[in-house]
Ligand binder design. Structure first.
Ligand code: FES
Ligand SMILES: [Fe+2]
Length: 345
């Protein structure tokens, strides 16, 4: 597949890489994650260059990976440090990928290692703002191509049809949709003035459940596929600062043409100490993504005959597709530019 390489992809939640090795395929490449003796996260190609055994099936010996098949050992730079059968062949090494630990996640750089600049990571401080928000989070493996999942997240018009927990079914005439593009960042805005509280907001709202509110959903997209959603409600006509909100990260990393890693984390600024509510939200949001979004996108991809390039099928486009189409164009241009440089050098 044609992926953007010189960029940060979310590889795992930081707590997923703990005592034992984690095997995960990203951008069609099998990778093993673990921590060295100092607790530093390491990512190596998960394929021993001898007989191509998965290193993730082996064990960690003093922070060094031992291949399960014939015992070659690889250090954190991917170079073989031990051969129990004789001299170490020069080619006995695997790729070691640059990693960055930030915003409670491990990010991986799968392009030119020397270009791995931490400053290029989009700002996700909203998902570690523990002074102001209480979080629930999860991981889901979606059964679809990541660009279709990005389209779904930037298309805020599907919420009222597909997600009864979050959206109202009768708000279409009051909905407004707009977008903003700044550099490589695309925003999708959906404002819904003067509507009743949806089921999720009824759970979070402190006042009477009959209150009419102004609701908003503002999604930010940065290439290749990292999204941050600001959703909130405010009593009609009142400023946003008086209302309540949820900051929700939707971070996608392609596994292959038919699978996507989906990391989500939602932080509310209301009813913060209610642990029972946290559990209800965690289960409810997981169900929305698992049982509503994923099957729908998978069904669409199936009807597309397995094609991943949506535009090649000439879909009709609606006004509400504008943000997703802009994001697709930005990503396509970045991939094209990157490949032009790669082929020129
Ligand atoms: S396959 Fe890894 S040591 Fe033989
Ligand atoms: Fe959705």
């Amino acid at each position: 597949m044609n992926y953007l390489r010189n960029t940060w992809y979310a590889a795992a939640w930081d707590h997923e890489v703990a005592g034992k090795m984690l095997a995960r395929t990203l951008l069609d490449q099998p990778i093993v994650f673990y921590r060295d003796v100092f607790g530093k996260a390491i990512a190596l190609a998960d394929r021993c260059p001898h007989r191509f055994a998965p290193l993730s099936g082996g064990k960690l010996v003093d922070g060094v990976v031992e291949c399960p098949y014939h015992g070659l050992r690889y250090g954190s730079d991917g170079i073989c440090v031990h051969n129990p059968h004789g001299a170490i062949p020069k080619a006995a090494k695997v790729t070691s990928y640059p990693l960055l630990e930030k915003y409670s996640m491990i990010w991986i750089w799968m392009g030119r290692a020397e270009d791995a600049d931490p400053a290029l990571l989009p700002d996700f401080s909203a998902i570690v703002d523990h002074q102001r928000r209480t979080y629930v989070s999860g991981y889901l493996r979606l059964n679809c191509y990541y660009e279709l999942a990005t389209d779904n997240l930037l298309d805020l018009s599907h919420v009222q049809y597909l997600h009864p927990l979050i959206g109202n079914t009768d708000s279409s005439d009051r909905n407004t949709f707009s977008l903003k593009v700044e550099g490589n960042t695309v925003w999708a805005y959906n404002n819904m003035p003067g509507e009743p509280l949806t089921k999720m907001w009824q759970m979070l709202w402190d006042g009477p459940p009959t209150t009419l509110v102004d609701r908003r959903a503002h999604m930010r997209w940065d290439p290749p596929s990292t999204l941050l959603l600001d959703i909130g409600v405010t009593e009609c006509g009142r400023p946003e600062s008086e209302g309540i909100s949820n900051a929700v990260a939707h971070i996608l990393t392609p596994e292959s043409a038919s699978a996507t890693h989906y990391f989500w984390k939602a932080g509310r600024d209301c009813k913060r100490d209610d642990t029972e509510l946290s559990e209800k939200l965690r289960i409810g949001l997981d169900a929305v993504f698992r049982y509503e979004d994923d099957p729908m996108i998978m069904a669409c991809q199936s009807r597309m005959g397995g094609v991943t390039d949506l535009m090649s099928l000439k879909p009709i486009l609606l006004a509400t597709d504008a943000s997703a189409i802009r994001a697709r164009r930005v990503l396509a241009a970045l991939i094209e530019k990157e490949q032009a440089v790669t082929f020129a050098t």
